[in-house]
Design a protein around this ligand. Structure first.
Ligand code: SF4
Length: 68
């Protein structure tokens, strides 16, 4: 499962980085996926949950919004 953040719609809540600091970072008011962590691997369930709770639906899983 490939995870990414669409910075154009990120709301800047920081929730992703707070809940999964090994996968997401937060800088300059935006969340992002840490280098080398684009493949979620064992964290699939946690990442999917975080994506569903992202207030702006900015987190993409395999290139898609979780609500698509
Ligand atoms: S949870 Fe969503 S809105 Fe909040 S920082 Fe992460 S990507 Fe941005």
């Amino acid at each position: 499962m490939k995870v990414s953040v669409d910075a154009d719609v990120c709301y800047g809540s920081g929730e992703c980085a707070f809940r999964a600091p090994a996968v997401f970072g937060f800088e300059d008011g935006y969340g992002f996926v840490l280098p080398g962590r684009e493949e979620s691997g064992d964290d699939d369930e946690l990442i999917r949950d975080i994506a569903e709770r992202c207030p702006s639906q900015a987190i993409r899983i395999d290139g898609r919004r979780v609500t698509d």
